[in-house]
Design a protein around this ligand. Structure first.
Ligand code: COA
Length: 255
């Protein structure tokens, strides 16, 4: 399996636990981390003894989104965005059939929030802060979120997240159907683990079939492809380069 020091995995009791482990950078995701995440999902998908996956993160924040330094490198590489590690991860997530349970504390920015749309149970800290400020970064939504987020919370709320850069706290995330429960930051991990263990004890094939029936996989893959085409153009635009520079030199306001 592809391993990374910044993504930890642990197996046991029918679960694969995946932990984002780059807390000094608020778990911003690098190419190496995406490769490790894809490998972890492939392992979980192919291993019959794994019935559910738990997704958690070290430190106070769940995930500050894609690593912006990596975005700059990707933009300059000439590599097609659709074949990048991030898009491989997004397709793996959309096609993953076993239940995914997430424990979210602190910030979940960009893909940190959109990956939650592919999770089946989501537990958040009351003071979690979910945001998808793609337009502020001169980018567009990914992870089929242009399809899934409006379907989940309605067009106008989704647009406010994407385009105004609005943030939802944990309670608001529960109210609009993005999470199951808002708990104290100390309780989130244990609660999510208990739920994942409960799932792991259920009839495994019925569990997978239920998840599959509830998600239109091909529609999600189609959305990921159209988002990818647009994303590729936005990524190399002058306005995106300026937004990345502003973050890296901290001249602009953070999302
Ligand atoms: N890419 C690369 N590095 C990131 C990062 C990202 N997406 N998010 C945070 N970091 C790094 C910071 O550069 C900083 O590194 P340093 O200590 O070497 O300077 C470290 O993580 C801590 O982040 P900092 O910005 O100092 O924390 P904060 O509490 O002031 O702000 C955020 C937290 C999440 C609001 C802010 O880091 C942020 O806006 N990050 C970018 C989010 C984003 O736009 N992601 C892409 C979405 S598509």
């Amino acid at each position: 399996m592809n391993t990374s020091t910044q993504v930890r995995t642990e197996r046991g009791s029918g679960l694969l636990s995946i932990t984002l482990a780059r807390p000094d950078k608020k778990n911003a995701l690098t190419s190496e981390m995406y490769r490790a995440l894809v490998a972890a999902l492939e392992l979980a998908g192919s291993e019959p003894s794994i019935h559910a996956v738990l997704l958690d993160a070290d430190g106070a924040d769940f995930c500050a989104g894609n690593d912006i330094v990596d975005f700059v490198a990707l933009a300059g590489s000439g590599q097609g965005v659709e074949s990048s590690d991030v898009f491989r991860f997004l397709r793996a997530l959309a096609q993953f059939d076993k239940p995914l349970v997430a424990a979210v504390r602190g910030r979940a920015v960009g893909i940190g929030t959109t990956m939650l749309l592919h999770c089946d149970l989501v537990y958040v800290a009351g003071n979690a802060r979910l945001s998808t400020p793609f337009v502020d970064l001169a980018l567009v939504p990914e992870a089929a979120s242009s399809l899934l987020l409006p379907a989940r919370i309605g067009h106008v709320r989704a647009f406010a997240l994407f385009a105004l850069g609005e943030t939802l706290d944990g309670h608001a995330a529960v109210d609009c159907g993005l999470a199951n429960a808002a708990l104290s930051a100390e309780e989130v991990a244990a609660h999510a683990r208990a739920a994942a263990l409960t799932l792991a004890g259920k009839p495994a094939l019925a569990l997978q079939a239920t998840k599959k029936l509830m998600r239109e996989q091909q529609r999600m893959l189609n959305a990921i492809e159209s988002e990818g085409r647009e994303f590729a153009q936005r990524l190399v635009s002058a306005e995106a380069q300026a937004a990345f520079r502003a973050f890296m030199t901290r001249r602009g306001p953070g999302p």
